[in-house]
Ligand binder design. Sequence first.
Ligand code: OGA
Ligand code: MN
Length: 373
Amino acid sequence: MYGASDPAAAERTAFRRAEKQYKLYKPPNLKGRSRSRSRPPVFRRCRSKVSGGEGGGGDLSAVVDFHALLAADQELPAGIGRHDYAGFDRPVFCFLDRPGFYFIPGALSTEEQCYWIKESLKEFPQPPNRTNLTAIYGSFSDLLIAAKNQKILVEMENPDAQERNEQNNCSGITQSKNFKFVEDSEILKGEKCRSTAATTLVRKLRWSTLGLQFDWSKRNYDVSLPHNKIPDALASLAKKMASPAMPPGEEFKPEAAIVNYYGPSDMLGGHVDDMEADWTKPIVSISLGCKCIFLLGGKTRDEVPTAMFLRSGDIVLMSGEARESFHGVPRIFIDSDQQEISELISQLSSGDDCFILNYIKNSRININIRQVY
Ligand code: OGA
Ligand code: MN
């Protein structure tokens, strides 16, 4: 269930009020510069842009900070529980009044975070996986390499080239669009053609889907779409991390994942993920890059949500009742808050990947893994 049919009524809900309270408001001189970031409208899963205006985003005193709780090593505030599970070197926190929700702070080492950030940018957007760009440009490969090499994606008009592109199209998606990456200099031939810099496209990347592909227009998984299995390393990570939320003796089967890419002004509006068959199975949700505020509400938007910080390397599980709960990301933190990801930045700086380093300094990536059947 995504969005509400009457926007004015949605403004009046407790969830919407919390979103407004935490979202980032831009100074008036930056008004109108941000781009709308949304999944297909039929899904009504809004990635809204920030808007100019008064207030918001200031008072963070009610935001639960599990890392601070862990560091303080004191008695927990009322309503928060803590468990130790085999295979985890960190405790697992939960809210006593929100059964089925689990928070594993610092579940991933800095090395693991770097690995999954690179995979999210280099491998996960590759065909046959679909992204928000597939509908506009058709299926294309190696976006990150093209961005590093300052390439430009251009629409081909030459019928021979078009035919070649069709032959090379291994995605199985009917390719009515014919775009390919070219060197900057190659497009100076006096022809008018639609073109976009690969670096711009990386910034426009909002989501990619792994494993079973979700068809946003039909609002369901389309098993007939070509797809690869969830990569083995991601599947084993998800199985291990899902264990606190799994019924005893059962193993989580990772069948699909959505990867969300958030820029500085993006938010993910409140929603419930209700398209998988078995809600007793958790969604395993990995946070990478910049810190964000995550809101966990109840079964309706009228319940006041709990706000918490999610940082790079944290993992949350939503199963059972929490699987039916409204949740969203009203805000990510960049710039002055970069000490939060200083370890990540220094680890990435020691490699040769400047592009990824600069990307993650003002971005957040979320990988959420699901059992569909
Ligand atoms: C989602 C989602 C949360 C996040 O993609 O369904 O709820 O932390 N993501 O980005
Ligand atoms: Mn969700």
